[in-house]
Design a protein. Structure first.
Length: 548
């Protein structure tokens, strides 16, 4: 039997392995191998895998255990073909597959006037011989119960979905009930702003415009969180009240949430997922969007032409995505342009020089609007949390250096401290990823933390009331998903690390609108581009109807 034990197990992994092996009956066989398998499964789960592949000997051993079934009993572990799952994740995966299969079999009658409406919303360009991917996508999405529109930044996902919504409302006389959602508050805010400005460009009757909603909620808020529970208020017994749900930034949705989302969607409601399948998968288990796209080509509408994103940032992102490490490195080193830059000197000095505008701003005024404008022009994205070049090390070192520039960073709360919320607090209206700026408020003689709201207005909260948060001169690339910044500095660690991957770097690069600086060395950069995230799951096998 393969040895699958390493030293990298957490206390939780050991606790689960101890718990299950104490209760495991193997008909007299020694339990150490069973314990090793549980340890490895638990660690795989924490690393984002939905399951762990078992070889023949492991399968034989597990088939004798009272802790394992093939899902028909409520055992802690489930063996499905060669895949071993924790019961809960097997349930999520099975439920998601059943739900999607049900939606795939539901016929949607193509509307009679579809060609005319396609021509209205996606007019053919007589001069062009290129495929209009957006029109192709719309032609399919309007005749399917479940679709995924994917594409890199600026390929027109929002533009396309907005026109699809208008087209569908026109068919349904404006009576479709449409819900819009995104995984994070930031992503919801971006979609909302994008739809609002997109609607202004549509030449439609007021009734039709009114029938296209602008309000985008977070997925958690849409589903209705229940305090102290993994469950939501909306489920199969109390489905969401909508005919069509559109979810943006779907690459961020993990297996558990996707499964709960589909359960909460009425069987006859339609679903459109928008996202970039090449981006980093969710922090939690699964790479659901990318698995679904790979399994369901008919439902996947890929937009291939970029409208907003061009020049060296696009070239770098494409080279990284296509695993052309040498080309990507050459683009980074090319000093004939200053849009994409390699930072090989002191990272902190570089951060300081680009936060200078913000520091100057907060030193001369307490105005939150001006502070937000200065702060949001630049953001440091680190690959790791720990270490000198991780988020914690960078924030600490920068704060140290800011002291000599007159910022009182030796206090926990100081005028100018930027923070990011790391836990949702629906009662305060604050969500994971929201950024706040702490500023002195002269009118009350105290520090308050300001947050931007979805309509662009600002509101202040006392520091003591904030849910879990952290300083955010630098944030992790994971946390930056769903956000965009004019100028991004990506900081990779000094040494090769197993957490580095092409998807991580691609996600970071595509957060930048105007300029990207990358602090790295050639070996670390080349390794990162060549590394691909592999996540075990049974979704692809199950969706093609074969359990291997
Ligand atoms: N068919 C088109 N012709 C011309 N411009 C377009 C077209 N489609 C989109 N655009 C423009 O390209 C820009 C990006 O479009 P959009 O925001 O829809 O892309 P996206 O894929 O949703 O981007 P992201 O999610 O990265 O913000 C917008 O300014 C939009 O007006």
């Amino acid at each position: 039997m393969d040895k699958i034990v390493t030293d990298n197990y957490s206390r939780l992994d050991h606790a689960l392995a101890d718990f299950l092996s104490a209760r495991c009956d193997l008909g007299g066989e020694p339990k150490s191998q069973f314990r090793d398998i549980v340890l490895a499964l638990s660690a795989a789960q924490s690393a984002g895998h939905s399951c762990l592949m078992m070889n023949d000997a492991q399968q034989t051993l597990l088939s004798t255990s009272n802790m394992v079934s093939s899902g028909e009993m409520n055992t802690p572990l489930v063996m499905d073909g060669a895949r071993l799952y924790l019961q809960r994740y097997w349930q999520y995966e099975s439920s998601l597959v059943a739900d999607i299969k049900q939606r795939l079999t539901r016929p949607v009658t193509p509307p009679a006037q579809l060609d005319t409406l396609l021509e209205k919303y996606f007019p053919a360009d007589a001069e062009s011989t290129e495929t209009d991917w957006q029109r192709e996508a719309a032609a399919k999405v309007t005749t399917q119960a479940f679709s995924m529109i994917t594409g890199g930044p600026g390929t027109g996902k929002t533009t396309t979905v907005l026109r699809i919504l208008a087209l569908l409302q026109e068919i349904h006389n404006g009576e479709l009930s449409i819900a819009l959602a995104a995984p994070t508050g930031k992503a919801a805010m971006r979609l909302q702003q994008s739809l609002m400005s997109g609607k202004l460009q549509l030449d439609l009757t007021e009734d039709l415009l009114d029938a296209i909603p602008e309000k985008v909620s977070t997925l958690h808020r849409l589903l209705g969180p229940i305090n102290q529970s993994n469950h939501f208020r909306h489920n199969a017994d109390k489905p969401l009240n909508c005919d069509l749900l559109v979810v943006d930034e779907a690459s961020m949705i993990d297996l558990a949430l996707m499964s709960k989302l589909l359960v909460a969607l009425a069987p006859d409601a339609r679903l459109i997922l928008l996202g970039d399948q090449d981006q980093l998968a969710s922090v939690e288990s699964g790479a659901v969007l990318s698995d679904l796209c790979a399994s369901l080509p008919e439902q996947t509408l890929q937009l291939k032409k970029t409208y907003r994103f061009s020049g060296p940032i696009k070239e770098l992102a494409t080279a990284v995505n296509q695993r052309s490490a040498s080309l990507a490195w050459n683009i980074l080193e090319d000093s004939s342009q200053d849009i994409v830059n390699l930072v090989s000197d002191d990272v902190i000095s570089h951060m300081l020089s680009h936060y200078q505008g913000y520091i100057k701003q907060v030193k001369q005024s307490n105005d939150p609007e001006a502070a937000f404008e200065a702060f949001s022009s630049f953001q440091v994205l680190a690959a790791l949390r720990k270490g000198k070049q991780g988020v914690e090390g960078l924030n600490l070192e920068l704060e140290k250096r800011l002291q000599s520039r007159g910022i009182e960073t030796y206090r926990t709360w100081y005028h100018g401290r930027p923070v990011m919320i790391s836990r949702n607090d629906p009662s305060l209206g604050l969500f994971n990823g929201d950024i706040g700026l702490c500023l002195y408020d002269e009118t009350i003689g105290q520090l308050r933390v300001w947050f931007e709201q979805s309509d662009g207005s600002l509101r202040a909260i006392m520091p003591g009331r904030l849910p879990e948060h952290e300083t955010v001169y630098a944030m992790t690339i994971h946390k930056s998903q769903g956000s965009e910044f004019p100028h991004v500095m990506i900081v990779l660690p000094e040494n090769i690390n197993p957490l580095l991957s092409r998807e991580l770097l691609y996600t970071a690069i595509t957060r930048a609108k105007v300029r990207v600086d990358v602090a790295t060395t050639k070996p670390v950069f080349m390794h990162t581009v060549n590394q691909q995230v592999q996540r075990n799951s049974g979704l692809q096998a199950k969706l093609s109807g074969v359990v291997s």
